[in-house]
Ligand binder design. Structure first.
Ligand SMILES: [Zn+2]
Length: 106
């Protein structure tokens, strides 16, 4: 992509960090900032174990998630998102910037 103007319109995080012990903070390039509660983000995991790929129905049930779940590690995935390694051992979900930004607006 050589078109610089086009790139500017793409929403990207300037910083992905922690907020407290459990939560995740993202600072976006539109100068907004979002805080994600760890357990809520774990619930939103988009992987095939948590969401039925055909129907889009959520397989993961909220009570199944540990109350104190937190990100053990946050790993960048290409330029489009992050993979969160959760303290419950789950790490197959990729959270795209688009999804994260969408969650922040709710
Ligand atoms: Zn998952």
């Amino acid at each position: 992509m050589a078109d610089g103007k086009k790139l500017e319109k793409i929403l990207v995080p300037l910083e992905v960090g922690r907020a407290g012990e459990h939560d995740i903070r993202i600072r976006w390039n539109d100068s907004s900032e979002s805080i994600y509660i760890a357990r809520k983000l774990r619930m939103e995991c988009p992987c095939a174990h948590c969401v039925d790929e055909t129907t889009g129905r959520r397989i993961l049930k909220e009570p199944a998630i540990a109350m104190d779940v937190r990100p053990a590690a946050i790993e960048p995935v290409g330029r489009y998102g992050i993979c969160i390694h959760w303290s419950d051992g789950h790490s197959t979900g990729i959270y795209t910037w688009e999804k994260l930004y969408g969650l922040a607006q709710r």
